[in-house]
Write a protein that binds this ligand. Structure first.
Ligand code: FES
Length: 310
């Protein structure tokens, strides 16, 4: 779709809220959905749709909030270069971070700009009259996106955790959560790892804990090249700075993927042999330890070669 930027609002020094419209009604979506933006030379970047109003049958605008990352990979810089009146090229909304449909309470945990899909969840749950808690962690109030709006919309469920006052304690939040609660977390990898560890310690089954990673996977400075062998016998070298998916696609190998951040699980691939270096936020500790599957969008290898069932 081609959409027009019809409004831009500064939410904080680094976060801008963009309003996008088309030429008529826009495709509907569910809370937690995102748009993929084609940013030309920068590539494709995903941004979650954010809603303080329940999603209507007739949609005439999308809203996304983007935090500028001056040291990032260019996506947020390209978005912040947009002006009102510009046109952007996006996919229809996609959702790999859905709300459950049971009556169980929801515990929403957001870190930084990862609050955007969590706001849409809170709006939807509030609209349904469904019990939920909303925990939002940020470094300080001045970098906290939408704090006044959240305090007004969700005064009881909301707890703001500000690092310069009280750091979020995810282990305690999960320990205090109502029985059968479903956990949703969106934020940086450190927060997701902490929530996953706390959830496993507290005995939450995997189907009641869902994540969305809100940062571009970081390359590690000591990444080394390794080899990947696939079912037809071809072998590829994965250099530092390239993912398995990128190398396989360059060679016209058909692979399935979506997020390319390691949080949707769509690219999961069986390992025939080799030792993976997991960088995703999808797998449980038991799945990691098994060494039987790998998310080929972000993960690498500790061994010199991985043989994959592709
Ligand atoms: S594409 Fe989403 S986890 Fe790999």
């Amino acid at each position: 779709m081609k959409l027009h930027v019809t409004a831009i609002k500064n939410v904080t020094n680094r976060i801008r809220l963009f309003t996008l419209t088309g030429t008529g009604a826009l495709p509907r979506y569910t809370a937690g959905a995102h748009l993929d933006f084609d940013l030309g030379d920068v590539g494709v970047r995903s941004y979650s749709l954010v809603d303080f109003d329940p999603i209507k049958d007739q949609l005439d605008a999308y809203h996304i909030a983007v935090q500028l990352e001056p040291e990032g990979d260019g996506g947020s810089q390209a978005m912040h270069a947009l002006n009102v009146g510009d046109t952007v090229s996006v996919t229809a909304p996609k959702n790999s971070f859905n709300l459950h449909v049971s009556d169980a309470p929801a515990i929403l945990i957001a870190g930084g700009i990862g609050v955007t899909p969590i706001i849409s969840f809170a709006t939807e749950l509030h609209h349904r009259g469904h019990p939920f808690e909303l925990h939002y962690a940020a470094q300080s109030r001045d970098v906290c996106a939408f704090a006044p709006e959240l305090e007004q919309a969700f005064p009881d469920p909301l707890t703001l955790w500000l690092d310069d006052h009280t750091r979020i304690d995810v282990a305690q939040i999960l320990a205090d959560a109502p029985a059968q609660a479903h956990i949703y977390c969106c934020g940086p990898k450190g927060m997701i790892d902490a929530v996953r560890t706390a959830a496993e310690t507290a005995g939450y089954p995997a189907e009641r804990v869902r994540f969305e990673l809100f940062e571009t996977p970081q390359r590690e400075v000591d990444d080394a090249a390794f080899e990947v062998e696939i079912n037809d016998g071809r072998c590829f070298t994965i250099p530092p700075g390239k993912t398995i998916i990128e190398v396989l696609e360059d060679a016209d190998v058909d692979v399935m993927y979506d997020c390319q951040r390691g949080d949707c699980g769509i690219c999961q691939t069986d390992i025939i042999s080799g030792d993976p270096d997991h960088r995703d936020v999808v797998l449980s500790e038991a799945e990691r330890a098994s060494g039987k599957v790998i998310q080929i969008c972000v993960s690498r290898a500790k061994s010199a070669r991985l043989v994959l069932d592709i």
